[in-house]
Design a protein around this ligand. Structure first.
Ligand SMILES: [Zn+2]
Length: 59
């Protein structure tokens, strides 16, 4: 379940290099993979667009 009004932390896996990284799904700016630089999260106002494989939702 995704709670309303608050963002969630997600454990994602980069589609290009399999690096696992913790990201926030309401990131105010784009988040890039620390290994290869691929964009993992694209900021789109209220809700960010996740561009990576979501492994786990952390609460
Ligand atoms: Zn990567």
């Amino acid at each position: 379940m995704v709670s309303k009004g608050r963002g969630n932390f997600l454990k994602v896996k980069c589609l290009d290099c399999d690096n696992e990284q913790i990201i926030f799904d309401r990131a105010a700016s784009d988040v890039k993979c620390i290994i290869c630089g691929k964009t993992l999260v694209k900021s789109r106002g209220a809700k960010a667009k996740i561009m990576a494989h979501i492994d786990k939702v952390l609460n």
